[in-house]
Design a protein around this ligand. Sequence first.
Ligand code: MLT
Ligand code: MN
Ligand code: ZN
Length: 312
Amino acid sequence: MITSPSRFRLVVLGSAAGGGFPQWNCRCAVCSLAWANDPRVRRRTQASIAVSADGVHWALVNCAPEVLSQIQSVPALHPQAGLRHSPVAAVLLTNADIDHVAGLLSLREAQPFTLLATPSVQGVLRSSSAFDVLAEGVVARREVELGSSFDLVEGVSATIFPVPGKIALYLEARETAEKGALATDVEGEQTIGVELRAGGRRVLYIPGCAAMTDALRARLDGADLVLFDGTLWQDDEMVRAGVGTKTGARMGHMSMSGENGSIEALRQVNVGRKIYVHINNTNPVLVDGSKERIAANKAGWEIAQDGMEIAL
Ligand code: MLT
Ligand code: MN
Ligand code: ZN
């Protein structure tokens, strides 16, 4: 077999937050531009990345509802040999949100891969029998503990760590009924960040994060690349847009702008490249030339788009 030199390769399969962009039922100012095919915006599928060290074996971090079209648009992820094959050898989940797990239902068809998640997220999948299409004996479900490091796919190692966040939206009602309240910024197995290493490079993928902590800042320091929660520009953006009553804090997402925002939180942190992912359809940074896009770019942030390829 021809092996290519080991280096860190990453493809942004999807760059939008839950709902995608434009969202199927949304006519907010930003979605309206997309529905009108305004050239200042591009459509985006829900958040996921693919990573590889050799360009042959790939792992997905999260599995969006659009995984089929995402795979179809990335030649490296097409079946390469024989009658049945996939370069996707592993899928690692950062939480149990619909935008991160629903695509697993499309990865049936008796194709072996390893599905890695914290014990709590594996428990959520087990409790929903639809995921049994990923049959035992075909898909290996592996529980990975917070703080542990493991080989994710040939040449790529991963370390998972908790970040402030909450459980998936669809688990909230039960949790609130049981506990009387919902925690939206706790550190535990429900929301994790992933540190990936390959070819001597260090990359962090954190598509959901409710708040910056000193420990997280220290972990990000010196990374070659950070892909970070870009859900909202400002905390009350969805309320202002008239599309909902929830703030970013309520949804477990810190916003980009403001004194508690991620731009400020990471301004002094030494990171090779900073890219926002998991961008909500209401976020004005999606619009080329918007003042918010310009401000984010000026602060050193790129805005991910689907299909973006990075080799380090
Ligand atoms: C989130 O990131 O907060 C969730 O994806 C929201 C949702 O499931 O709609
Ligand atoms: Mn999400
Ligand atoms: Zn919208």
